[in-house]
Design a protein around this ligand. Sequence first.
Ligand code: AR6
Length: 187
Amino acid sequence: MGAKLISKKINNTDSEIIVIHTDITILEVDAIVNATDKNFSGGGGVDEAIHAVAGGKLKEECEKIGKCETGKAILTNAYKLPAKYVIHTVGPKYGSGDGKEDELLANCYKNSLRLAFEKNLASIAFPNISTGVYRYPKEEAIEIAFSSVLGWLKKHNFYSFKKIYFVSFTEEDYGMNSFYFKELNIG
Ligand code: AR6
């Protein structure tokens, strides 16, 4: 793909975790994850980028679905995107007051993986959910992202996933995400 990346294999499996600096809309994976809002109203960030490439039919499908609660996820077609599906999840707004942001953010990753597993998908790409418009501190968010994904995979023995991408859109995010990733003990 020509993008900057680092990867690690999960021990004794064919599964690979990859931290990559790219635009998620160009990835030819089974599913890309969209960080959206409860009403799929969009209007910025990764959501806007995904809808711009997918075309109007994606919006129509989202409007038919109507709503998605924070921490939950839903799956749609990907239309003109190179990915096969889009998994839309709603991250928590940081400081939204209920004190459950960490759990809700972890649920976004876990529920997205569950949907992908139910569809027998082998590759999935996540953006840094909640770290843009929703202002989650980036270090905290990436640690939750890595731990929730790895924890969920191990707990369920779902190593049918071959490639799991954590996408950094900016150089700065890539620097930070790859730094934390290098420290991770993936067993
Ligand atoms: N590819 C990969 N990552 C991207 C891209 C891209 N093309 N564009 C932005 N990012 P945000 P949130 C990164 O704001 O914080 C929307 O309007 C970005 O650098 O997209 O969960 C929704 O409708 C950041 O790291 O999502 C909601 O209202 C990450 O994606 C609200 O924003 C998430 O930033 C959701 O806010």
